[in-house]
Design a protein around this ligand. Structure first.
Ligand SMILES: Nc1ncnc2c1ncn2[C@@H]1O[C@H](COP(=O)(O)OP(=O)(O)O)[C@@H](O)[C@H]1O
Ligand SMILES: [Mg+2]
Length: 316
């Protein structure tokens, strides 16, 4: 089954590994396959407008490509929309949620801020158009970094434990059911083939598999250095080169070759470690050495994601 045939993808990983970039790449690839896609961010630093070359993406949905929309949620706006959904009227929700007493009450519900955003994401997966067909084929959550994301995904469980009956119960149960349904949802962990990000990816899976229990999609390993001088004659040649060659014109080349070889060797070690400790199919994305990161770079990554996801789906 192709990843894009799910309803919800949660993109996870350590801060800075490229979660937003990969979430946007997946969204673009899915939209190009004909899916109607909503990319949801949670109080993110605004970067999507650079990636898609569009106007800034805020708390209202922005169309960034054909069939592809994006939104950057905040707890305040999400809570109101979520409240409107639960209470069936924007007007009532505003009255209730902006009332001092209910604000104080909501503040006392642990995780309500995270929950409002997760609830909004869930709500979008259930939204229908006139005629009853779903408004979105695929919703992608570019969530907060590792620890915070797990906390966010755990809120429905806490709500169900704490308040078995109430206005939040039904949506919390539906959200948890969605998160755990392998036919509808998958977590896509993004990492680098380096020490700290790999550890965090392994740890994230260990934690979430004990509580949230989301099914996992492939592991996306981002920013891999090119496999230069890794095998064959060129590898042996670089290995046999001394660090200092005594020729000032050759010296920079020798340093560059050694560095390239070591970086990729480091990547390869962590790819093996990940295969062992986080046994998932891997998708490899290269480090793109371009001066900026905009639509061209995003399209390049989207193409690679699509090709590798296609190969994985064909192999299973
Ligand atoms: N494959 C890549 N090649 C080069 N630069 C990348 C790549 N992926 C991400 N980046 C850069 O890394 C930085 C962090 O990416 P971002 O997607 O914002 O990470 P996160 O959402 O995990 O914090 C950005 O400046 C982005 O342009
Ligand atoms: Mg980000």
């Amino acid at each position: 089954m192709n990843l894009f045939d799910r309803t919800l993808l949660v993109v996870a990983g350590k801060g800075g590994v490229g979660r937003t970039t990969v979430a946007a790449g997946l969204a673009l690839a899915a939209a190009e396959k004909g899916k109607r896609v909503l990319l949801c961010q949670t109080k993110s630093k605004e970067r999507l407008s650079t990636l898609f070359a569009t106007r800034p993406v805020g708390t209202d949905l922005v169309r960034v490509r054909e069939r592809l929309w994006a939104v950057n949620m905040t707890p305040q706006t999400a809570l109101r929309e979520y409240g409107a959904m639960v209470l069936h009227s924007e007007f009532v929700a505003k009255q209730v949620l902006e009332n001092k007493v209910s604000r104080a009450f909501l503040k006392a519900v642990p995780g309500i801020e995270d929950y409002s955003m997760l609830g909004k994401v869930w709500y979008h997966t259930t939204e229908t158009e006139e005629g009853g067909r779903p408004r979105w084929d695929l919703v992608i959550l570019d969530g907060p970094a590792t620890g915070h994301l797990v906390t966010m995904l755990e809120v429905p469980m806490s709500i169900l434990d704490a308040v078995p009956e109430g206005p939040l119960t039904r949506p919390a149960a539906a959200t948890l059911k969605l998160l755990r349904d392998p036919a509808r949802a998958a977590m896509v962990i993004v990492t680098l083939a380096e020490d700290l990000p790999s550890n965090e990816a392994i740890e994230l899976e260990r934690k979430q598999s004990q509580t949230v229990k989301m099914p996992l999609g492939p592991l996306v390993v981002n920013q891999l250095y090119p496999p230069r001088f890794v095998t064959g004659p060129s590898a042996r040649a670089v290995e046999s080169l001394p660090e200092v060659v005594g020729d000032p014109e050759l010296q920079p080349l020798v340093i560059a070759a050694h560095t390239a070889q070591r970086r990729r060797a480091l990547n390869d070690r962590y790819l093996d470690r990940l295969r062992r400790d986080l046994p998932l199919p891997q998708i490899h994305l290269p480090y793109l050495f371009s001066p900026g990161f905009g639509p061209a770079e995003l399209e390049e990554l989207a193409r690679r994601l699509d090709a590798q996801l296609g190969a994985l789906a064909a192999a299973t």
